[in-house]
Design a protein around this ligand. Structure first.
Ligand code: PAF
Length: 282
C-alpha cells in the first residue's frame, strides 16, 4: 500500500505515465475508519481505476478546540483496515503544515444559504473549513469521482454546491449511512463512547424511525415537540437540534408540499460526544 505524506509526491505518482489517463476515485476522511468509510472505498474501487483516500484531521472545520484535540487519530490501525479491503488503495496522510503552509485559515464560501442551516448555526465556521479542505484536496488529487457518506448530509449538499459553483470537474457521490447492529449511525466519534453509551445511543435512530413512521400523520411541529420531550427524559443526552427540512434547500419546514423530498436531522450530545444522524422521510 502506498502512503504519501506530501502533495508533491502524491501528484507525481498520480501524474506518472504509468497511471495516466486512468480514472481516479477519491474518498476524503479524517481517519478513525469504520465500515461506513470502507463501503465508500469499495464503491470507489468498483467504479475507478485508482482509489485515493485522504486521512487528515482538518483543524479549520473544528469550532471547538477540545473536539479537535480529542478527535481520534489512528493512522496505523486505519492502514491495516484498508489493507483488508485492497493493498492498491493510495493513502494521502499529510500534516497540517503540509496542507496549510503556516496559515491555518479557512477561505470564506457562499453556499447559497445551505451553510446557515443546522450544523452551520451550531458550528460557526465549520463549513468554510470543510469547503477549504475539500477544495484543496480536490485540487491535489484531481479525482473524477468523490465519495461522501450521507450521515453528513448537509456536508454532502454543500460539497455538491461548491463543485457546481466552481465548475470543478468531479462527480460527487453520496452513499447511504452504515449503521451498527443496534441502528447507531457509524461515526469516528463513536470510538469515544463506552460500550454502554453505544448501546444507549441507539435511541437516536429509534426516535428517527418513529418520526419517519409518524411523518404522514403528524406535522413537523408536533414531531419536533415529541422528540424534544423524548430527549428530556434521558439524562445522558442533550438534544442540540432536531429539524425536518427540505432535502435540497435544507430549510426547516412547517407543512409538506407535493413532489418535495424531506429529511429529519438531529444533533445530540451523549455526555460530551456530539453525534448527528439523519433519515429520509419520503
Ligand atoms: O466528513 C469528513 O470526514 C470531513 O468533513 C471531510 C469531508 C474529510 C473534510 O475534512
Amino acid at each position: 500500500m502506498l502512503i504519501f505524506k506530501t502533495q508533491e509526491d502524491l501528484k507525481t505518482h498520480l501524474q506518472s505515465d504509468f497511471n495516466s489517463p486512468k480514472s481516479v476515485g477519491f474518498v476524503p476522511t479524517m481517519g478513525a475508519l469504520h465500515r461506513g468509510h470502507l463501503s465508500l472505498i469499495e464503491k470507489s474501487i468498483s467504479e475507478n481505476d485508482l482509489t485515493v483516500m485522504s486521512i487528515f484531521v482538518n483543524p479549520t472545520q473544528f469550532n471547538n478546540q477540545a473536539d479537535l484535540e480529542n478527535y481520534p487519530r489512528t493512522l496505523e490501525a486505519d492502514v491495516e483496515k484498508l489493507k483488508q479491503v485492497s493493498d492498491k488503495i493510495i493513502v494521502f496522510a499529510p500534516s497540517v503544515e503540509e496542507i496549510y503552509q503556516g496559515n491555518t485559515q479557512s477561505q470564506n464560501f457562499d453556499f447559497d444559504g445551505l451553510e446557515h442551516e443546522m450544523e452551520g448555526k451550531h458550528r460557526p465556521g465549520h463549513f468554510d473549513g470543510v469547503g477549504t479542505i475539500v477544495k484543496r484536496l480536490f485540487e491535489i488529487v484531481q479525482p473524477d469521482k468523490a465519495y461522501f457518506g450521507e450521515k453528513d448530509f448537509q456536508q454532502l449538499q454543500i460539497v455538491k454546491k461548491m463543485v457546481a459553483k466552481n465548475h470543478l470537474p468531479v462527480e460527487v457521490i453520496g452513499q447511504p449511512i452504515f449503521r451498527e447492529e443496534n441502528g447507531l449511525a457509524m461515526s469516528s466519534r463513536n470510538e469515544r463512547l463506552s460500550k454502554i453509551e453505544r448501546e444507549e445511543a441507539s435511541f437516536i435512530y429509534k426516535t428517527l424511525q418513529e418520526v419517519k413512521n409518524q411523518f404522514g400523520i403528524k406535522n413537523a411541529t408536533e414531531l419536533t415537540i415529541w422528540i424534544e420531550d423524548e430527549f428530556k427524559n434521558k439524562p445522558n443526552f442533550k438534544l442540540e437540534y432536531f429539524e425536518i427540512a427540505d432535502e435540497s434547500t435544507l430549510k426547516s419546514i412547517q407543512s409538506k408540499e407535493p413532489n418535495k423530498k424531506y429529511r429529519a436531522f438531529i444533533a445530540v450530545f451523549m455526555n460530551d460526544v456530539r453525534l448527528i444522524d439523519t433519515i429520509s422521510l419520503n
